[in-house]
Design a protein around this ligand. Structure first.
Ligand code: P6P
Length: 335
């Protein structure tokens, strides 16, 4: 790409604005607000070791996980940016027990709500492994101008208006969809802009990567164990044995599989009988993106995006990625 032939995220959103059903610019501004927060978090993530903001605050979040300082920075960054932006009336976060009605001077009239996992995979921060932000955008159900409530946030994935992730890796990338395909933008720190680098991402229908924490396999449903064993068998025609790739950071694992093809599985285990990953903050947004790129996302029993959520932090099992690989896994799981 010539250094002057760039399309920034802002330019791209404006160019595509006509595709948004609500094309008065609110969604464009909301996506801009999210990208601003992502740039600041990218700066903080990239200087974490120097600024000694690594390490634990001693606090524990609603998931019972040790909260890292960067988690707090990420969470507060989004609350502040979205409050000032005025397009979002309510905010739910993996780091917050309950939904937050934003208190910016325009927030009450905001048409959208945002669910966010500000820093997913945060246990990897202090070992310098890629982490990510995952965001979901829904239209509010309550009337603009009124106090938002939980029903505005607790919506099925099939109601998503937009979803995306930011992966803080060898470079910082923002990947998002508004239901019209998936596009990826790489942050150019020299100009402080996300630039279009991966237009119209389509995930391969097949792949040779399987991603899951095999350390839990003693607890896996037998169908999952059988599928993993199938992945390990030698078979030229299906290019097996497949490669096991698992970073332990959902955004990084799914980003690699999205581009190269692969299947990511977090099945039920004894410790997490409904799986570990959260429907509202991880599974719905990633399912929207993967489906828009031609993949599929299911609990093994039903489409992730059709689940009617019952509570904000509910967890679901997930099989997500290349269509033919997920379908093969389900042959074993539902046998
Ligand atoms: P496990 C990170 O804590 C996370 O929420 C996801 O990013 C990741 O895919 C998963 O948990 C890893 O869980 O049990 O394999 O360490």
């Amino acid at each position: 790409m010539s250094q002057f032939n760039i399309t920034t995220l802002g330019q791209f959103i404006i160019e595509r604005q006509s595709e948004f059903k609500y094309a008065k610019g609110e969604l464009s501004r909301l996506l801009r607000d999210i990208s601003i927060a992502a740039k600041v978090i990218s700066r903080e993530v990239n200087k974490a070791g120097i600024a000694e903001i690594i390490g634990e605050t001693g606090e524990v979040n609603v998931q019972g996980e040790d909260v890292k300082k960067l988690d707090i920075i990420g969470n507060e960054m989004f609350i502040s940016t979205l409050s000032r932006g005025g397009e979002c009336c309510a905010f739910a976060s993996e780091e917050e027990d309950d939904m937050i009605a934003l208190k910016g001077i325009y927030s009450k009239n905001g048409k959208y709500v945002v669910c966010i996992d500000p820093l997913d995979g945060s246990s990897n921060i202090d070992v310098n492994v890629s982490i990510g932000t995952i965001f979901s955008i829904y239209l509010r159900i309550s009337e603009p101008g009124t106090e938002p409530d939980l029903k505005d946030v607790l919506q099925a994935g099939n109601k998503l208006v937009a979803a995306g992730y930011v992966v803080y890796g060898s470079s910082t990338m923002l990947v998002y969809t508004t239901g019209k395909g998936v596009n990826g933008f790489t942050l150019d720190p020299s100009i402080g802009e996300f630039c279009l680098s991966h237009p119209d991402i389509k995930t391969p229908k097949d792949g040779s990567i399987y991603s899951l924490n095999e350390g839990n396999s003693i607890d896996f449903p037998s169908g999952v164990v059988e599928y993993i064993n199938w992945c390990k068998q030698k078979d030229k025609e299906t290019k097996r044995p497949y490669s096991a790739r698992y970073i332990g950071s959902m955004v990084a694992d799914l980003h690699r599989n999205l581009l190269k093809g692969g299947v990511f599985i977090y099945p039920p285990t004894a410790k997490t009988p409904n799986g570990k990953l959260r429907l509202m903050f991880e599974c719905n947004p990633m399912a929207f993106i993967v489906e828009q790129a031609g993949g599929i996302a299911t609990t093994g029993k039903e489409r992730i995006m059709d689940i009617e959520p019952s509570e904000l932090h509910q967890r679901v099992p997930i099989f997500i990625g290349s269509e033919n690989m997920v379908k093969k896994a389900l042959e074993f799981v539902n046998k």
